[in-house]
Design a protein around this ligand. Structure first.
Ligand SMILES: *Cc1c(COP(=O)(O)O)cnc(C)c1O
Length: 356
């Protein structure tokens, strides 16, 4: 069988989740949208079931997959509902939902529901993507309470730039949120992974860690709390072909890499169809046979080439780590002009293997 695979360490996932709880003293919704950032939502939810206060996904389709798999913990729909008809299912499956726009508040007021909802009312505190405008927020909150359709409202907002620790925007957002929420007595939720790790002073009854659960740092720069994360996914494969080339020979599509000395080149069963980024440049780190080496030439659909010149022990069948404990997904991502979020979410075709 093709040796490309992603090994998912569920113990590391649990440890990273506990770190989010420990750093904040808050209850934490494990964000497992987008198939747990490519790690497999059902497996991750099951692995966290004993410890997690709840889960968060983007939409009802993702939540129902978890309910069908037997997950009973609270599940928050981060984008709320897309049409009012979903509200009946939200009640039926005991889901929590975000209301990020006034049309959703109105739909809740108008709905006929079998049981009251838990609504997370989202404020646009400065990201300007979704969220109720601060000028309308207190009234939206009162309308939800008065609607008779809502058992509980949680006050929430989302940071645009919490990964930039010297950016004043997060503090401005907290100030906006805090002043707008004055007089509203409800639980609050602001912090995503960078805010869990890097913004300890932000008030939170609930935190919403995503990328940190998977062991990748949300920061470009080293950060002491991010150092404590353990990579969950190891993307690995093997060398399937080895060739010796003299100096001055091109390797791969477009002849983008030229050997500058006699070189030994290994071909690895891994390509952009597996989710490895096509824009990873020559020099992107890989581990082969336990030694650090580098990608050379263009990544193709099913294969990529690596430099074995200084790794004489590497041979046909040698194991290759594309990212994991030794090669950080964040490092590969930044070389490929991407972010670890996207690398993980892009994973496809490779089978996932789970370890406890
Ligand atoms: C995706 C998402 C999160 C998690 O963000 P990370 O940066 O992965 O921690 C938190 N809150 C909301 C509203 C989200 O959409």
């Amino acid at each position: 069988m093709r040796p490309a695979r992603a090994v998912i360490d569920l113990q590391a996932l649990r440890d990273n989740y506990r770190l989010a709880q420990e750093l904040t003293g808050a209850r934490a919704l494990a964000v497992i949208k987008a198939d747990a950032y490519g790690h497999g939502a059902v497996r991750c939810a099951n692995a966290l079931a004993e410890v997690a206060d709840g889960f968060a996904v983007a939409c009802i389709e993702e939540a129902l997959e978890l309910r069908e798999a037997g997950i009973q913990a609270p599940i928050l729909l981060l984008e709320g509902f897309f049409e009012a008809a979903e509200l009946a299912l939200i009640v039926e499956h005991n889901l929590w939902c975000v209301a990020h726009s006034l049309w959703q508040v109105e739909a809740i007021e108008q709905a006929r529901l079998a049981a009251p909802l838990t609504v997370w009312l989202k404020m646009d505190s400065g990201m300007h993507r979704v969220g109720v405008h601060p000028a309308d927020y207190a009234q939206a909150y009162q309308r939800l309470l008065a609607s008779g359709k809502v058992a509980k409202v949680v006050l929430m907002s989302h940071f645009s730039s919490a990964d930039e620790l010297d950016n004043p925007r997060s503090s401005e957002q907290v100030a906006q949120f805090t002043s707008t929420c004055q007089g509203l007595s409800a639980e609050v939720s602001l912090r995503n992974s960078p805010a869990v790790l890097g913004w300890p002073q932000v008030p939170s009854d609930w935190v919403r860690p995503g990328i940190m659960l998977y062991g990748a740092s949300p920061f470009e720069q080293p950060h002491p709390q991010a150092e404590r994360l353990q990579p969950v996914m190891t993307l690995e494969s093997r060398v399937i072909s080895v060739r010796e080339l003299p100096a001055g020979e091109p390797v791969g599509y477009g002849q983008k890499f030229m050997t500058d000395r006699p070189m030994r080149i290994g071909v690895v069963a891994m390509g952009y169809a597996d989710g490895y980024p096509r824009h990873a440049p020559t020099g992107t780190p890989v581990m082969v046979a336990g030694k650090r080496s580098r990608l050379v030439g263009r990544v193709s659909m099913d294969m990529l080439c690596i430099d074995l010149t200084d790794v004489p022990e590497a041979n046909l069948g040698s194991p290759v780590e594309l990212w994991g404990q030794n090669v950080l997904a964040s490092d590969v991502a930044s070389l490929a002009q991407s972010i670890p979020y996207q690398l993980f979410c892009n994973l496809k075709r490779v089978p996932r293997h789970y370890t406890e």
